[in-house]
Design a protein around this ligand. Structure first.
Ligand SMILES: [Fe+2]
Ligand SMILES: [Fe+2]
Length: 139
């Protein structure tokens, strides 16, 4: 089984909003905790996965406010990725109870990949948009 590495947030992943950067760091930390629980075969895994989905919903709401207020043109694409991820996680969590053994690695590896790649790619684009918007508003 492939060993998943711990996620480390770096300053170059900034989206230029302190609150959202802090939320991204927390998402990385929750994901790392989930990795550890999954490796040790802990029965707390299911509850932690649910907690991650809950926290991600909080984060998405905060991100939506920033994108809408700044008239970000990539909002629809962001929204589509968020919805797709949440739907997939809810689907996984529904099936988890019947097939814990097979699903736990699949879920953890999917979420690990998604959290890292979404946060360090697509999210950076609205960060760049915010910088451009702020620069344009300078007198
Ligand atoms: Fe994000
Ligand atoms: Fe996002």
């Amino acid at each position: 089984m492939e060993q998943l590495r711990q996620l480390v947030w770096e300053p170059r992943y900034t989206v230029h909003v302190e609150e959202l950067d802090a939320q991204h760091q927390r998402l990385f930390n929750i994901t790392n905790d989930i990795l550890a629980l999954s490796e040790s075969g802990s029965d707390e895994l299911y509850a932690s996965l649910q907690a991650l989905v809950d926290y991600l919903c909080t984060h998405i709401r905060a991100e939506n406010v920033v994108m809408i207020e700044s008239h970000y043109p990539g909002y629809a694409q962001q929204s589509a990725q968020h919805t797709q991820f949440i739907d997939k996680m809810l689907h996984f969590l529904n099936s988890y109870k019947e097939d814990q053994q097979n699903l736990s690695h699949e879920i953890v590896s999917y979420l690990h990949h998604w959290i890292f790649s979404h946060t360090t790619n697509l999210d950076l684009k609205y960060g760049e948009h915010l910088l451009r918007t702020r620069a344009a508003q300078q007198p």
